[in-house]
Design a protein around this ligand. Structure first.
Ligand SMILES: C[C@@]1(CC(=O)O)C2=NC(=C\c3[nH]c(c(CCC(=O)O)c3CC(=O)O)Cc3[nH]c(c(CC(=O)O)c3CCC(=O)O)/C=C3\N/C(=C\2)[C@@H](CCC(=O)O)[C@]3(C)CC(=O)O)/[C@H]1CCC(=O)O
Ligand SMILES: NC(=O)c1ccc[n+]([C@@H]2O[C@H](COP(=O)([O-])OP(=O)(O)OC[C@H]3O[C@@H](n4cnc5c(N)ncnc54)[C@H](O)[C@@H]3O)[C@@H](O)[C@H]2O)c1
Length: 153
């Protein structure tokens, strides 16, 4: 079936979010999620220093399906397609929303390109078809809004 994403805004300030993987891709997700005050935990066999330093809760271990209990959503950043597929399946069964880093076919939800200024946020998606277009349009909107703000002062 063709994908058709609904853009929504979701309060994650009190929700537990799991990231599987502890490399640079996981770190990028952590940086974005921390802006929304998420309660983030990491499960990974290897965890880079910057992930430890970010202050998230780290579990240095191999992934098991039982790791998914109690999470609202998960981000799979394992850099391993076979494992990503398994995690996507496990997440579906466990009722946890799944994002697989840079892999739209396995994603139940995708992350938009975001511009945020206080309570105003702009999120641009491309229905997971062209992330570069989403980033380009976000940057154009950001530039427009920042110029508007500067001319109003
Ligand atoms: C917006 C953002 C949000 C975020 O990640 O939170 C995001 N990707 C970001 C950055 C980024 N992604 C990539 C690079 C190149 C450098 C690199 O390789 O690292 C950079 C640039 C960078 O890192 O600076 C590569 C890439 N990404 C995907 C593919 C596979 C594919 O498209 O098939 C490929 C390989 C494409 C190729 O073949 O070249 C897929 C996805 N990326 C998405 C979101 C989802 C689609 C959303 C939509 O448009 O609907 C989706 C489907 C899944 C997902 O949610 O991950 C974030 C912007 C951060 C910001 O600027 O604020
Ligand atoms: N500079 C950047 O902004 C940037 C961003 C993304 C990726 N990269 C590069 O791309 C490459 C890939 O990075 P990455 O973070 O996607 O992948 P990675 O291979 O660096 O990390 C994968 C993570 O998944 C974990 N993992 C794999 N199998 C597991 C299992 N069975 N159980 C538990 N944990 C498991 C590993 O322990 C590791 O922490 C790297 O070379 C990275 O430096 C760079």
């Amino acid at each position: 079936m063709e994908k058709n994403y609904l853009p929504i805004a979701i309060d994650i300030s009190n929700s537990k979010i799991l990231i599987i993987g502890g490399g640079q891709s996981a770190l990028k997700k952590i940086r974005i999620l921390q802006r929304s005050g998420a309660n983030i935990e990491v499960v990974a066999g290897n965890i880079v220093d910057e992930v430890y330093a970010s202050g998230v809760i780290c579990h240095l271990k191999k992934y098991e399906k039982s790791d998914l209990n109690g999470y609202l959503m998960l981000y799979s950043c394992t850099n391993n397609e076979t494992l990503d597929k398994q995690i996507a399946e496990d997440g579906k069964e466990a009722g946890v929303l799944v994002n697989v880093h840079d892999n739209p076919t396995l994603c139940q939800f995708v992350s938009p390109a975001i511009y945020r200024d206080g309570n105003l946020s702009v999120a641009v998606n491309s229905n997971a078809e062209n992330v570069y277009e989403a980033i380009r349009v976000r940057n154009l909107i950001q530039e427009y809004l920042e110029n508007l703000k500067n001319t109003q002062i």
